[in-house]
Design a protein around this ligand. Structure first.
Ligand code: ADP
Ligand code: ASP
Ligand code: MG
Length: 439
């Protein structure tokens, strides 16, 4: 059995949905198709939630009506027969009535998650309606019945395996399943999600849970590129990556993959393929256990980084000093990305402001605390980077004009990270494209 995940742009227009139908019926292997919401929908739902949170019901109502109009136009192009159109209309009406009811209830965080879930529920039901119209046998698998996260928001792979296994067992004769990416239930049984871009994570978790033959991520570009195509003109697709390399790139900002989407496939050794819905025969990228070659493969950038420096000439070298500092971050469940030390100071970076004020307060007894917000981590990723001795020379030659704030090298064989002020991100990526890849 294989997994095929299609992102927002791949289902964002009626003609794209028709193309997805072609792709999922190309071979005979039983398949679970994971769909995102139509492109733009989750952003629109976020905006509706924000209007509700601000108590601006008139604005929320207008946003809901605009989105509903978009869906009504979409279905008239998607399906052709009267019964299918009636069915599609009733699906759209059901979900927009739900959004209109939410307007009348006092707003809370759980409702926001209910709002966000409507995108994937709509896309899968409408796609199923279209498949029904053109006579393709399939079954909708409700993600809310098997996809779950624990009280730390971590997916429960054991539970997912059991529940999904039971659903598949009940539908033994079915060869084609359609399910929602992104959405899940939390430890309180409420509707929740796997964070933005989470449909990739769903695909990888489902692939791991059923030990799929392959997890195909179909998107709007021909695989993982060596640099961010949104920032840099000349980028090129990478044919093969190891799980470790892909995980680093995803974690450090390569938007094509959700940051956590590699570990389930890696743990259960399911190869991942990144493919282009608009160019189905392009090679794309294959991600598997072994790296194909030594050396730099790609660079990626992660925004919204905060650098924290703790200066203490008295305490830094004392036993247990770093442990006490790390305990503060552990207490607030905030992960540290980069760390550097000198005799008088330790600098580290985090990517969340959620508990920043409390963290600083608890760090202050240890020394002088300085903050630099609006930083970006640029990660240079590859295999056995230490073996390619010239990498640091090429890196620093390329970045002579950039004010590099921190460097982390040697933490893993796959990554050299540098921290720069966010306003230098584009220039840094462009300079590295030339300096490391000659592009
Ligand atoms: P989907 O909706 O299919 O999940 P995303 O927009 O989440 O698609 O991811 C695909 C986009 O990721 C591409 O269109 C591209 O702009 C962006 N991207 C950022 N970095 C990279 C990279 N290194 N390689 C390929 N795409 C990248
Ligand atoms: N629809 C969700 C988002 O836009 C999940 C996804 O597309 O992967 O973030
Ligand atoms: Mg995505």
């Amino acid at each position: 059995m294989k997994i095929m995940k299609f992102g927002g742009t791949s289902v964002g227009k009626p003609e794209r949905m028709r193309q997805v139908k072609e792709l999922i019926t190309r071979d005979q292997e039983p398949t679970i198709v994971v769909l995102s919401a139509l492109s733009g929908t989750t952003n629109a739902l976020v905006a509706i939630g924000e209007s509700c949170a601000q108590g601006n019901k008139a604005q929320a109502k207008q946003q809901i009506d605009e989105l509903a109009a978009h869906y009504h136009r979409f279905i008239t192009e998607l399906v052709k027969t009267a019964p299918a159109l009636e069915k599609a209309k009733s699906i759209v009406n059901e979900h927009f009535e739900f959004l209109n009811i939410i307007l009348k209830i006092s707003f809370n965080e759980a409702l926001q998650k209910d709002i966000l879930a409507q995108g994937e529920l709509l896309s899968t039901k409408l796609f199923s309606c279209y498949l029904g119209e053109v006579g393709i046998a399939h079954k909708l698998l409700p993600a809310l019945e098997f996809m779950s996260i624990d009280s730390y928001d971590e997916p429960q792979i054991g539970t997912i395996k059991v529940r999904l296994g039971m659903l598949l067992e009940e539908n033994k004769d079915t060869k084609l399943f359609i399910t929602q990416g992104y959405i899940c239930r939390n430890s309180r049984g409420e509707i929740d999600n796997l964070k933005r871009g989470g449909s990739d994570y769903t695909a990888s978790l489902v692939a791991a849970a059923i030990q799929a033959s392959v997890c195909e991520i179909w998107t709007d570009i021909d695989g993982m590129h060596n640099n961010d195509p949104r920032m840099v003109d000349k980028t090129q697709p990478i044919e093969t990556l190891s799980f470790d390399e892909a995980a680093e790139l995803a974690y450090f900002g390569a938007k094509i993959l959700h940051p956590a989407s590699i570990w389930p496939a890696q743990q259960y050794n399911v190869p991942v393929k990144l493919l282009n819905t608009m160019e189905p025969d392009a090679k794309g990228t294959v991600i598997q256990e072994k790296a194909s070659s030594v050396g730099v493969k790609a660079v990626a950038a992660k925004d919204g980084i905060i650098a924290i420096k703790i200066k203490s000439s008295r305490m830094l070298l004392a036993y247990g000093f770093l442990r006490k500092i790390f305990e503060v971050f552990e207490k607030y469940r905030t992960s540290i990305d980069m760390i550097t030390t000198s005799e008088v100071a330790v600098s580290l970076t985090i990517d969340s402001k959620e508990h920043l004020a409390q963290i600083i307060k608890e760090l202050e007894p240890f020394g002088t605390v300085e903050l630099d917000e609006n930083q970006t981590i640029v990660a240079v990723v590859g295999h056995e980077l230490a073996q390619t001795g010239e990498i640091l020379t090429r890196l620093f030659d390329a970045l002579a004009s950039i004010p590099v704030r921190m460097v982390s090298y040697g933490g893993s064989h796959h990554n050299v990270s540098i921290l720069i002020p966010a306003e230098h991100k584009k220039a840094t990526l462009q300079l590295l494209n030339k300096g490391l890849f000659g592009l």
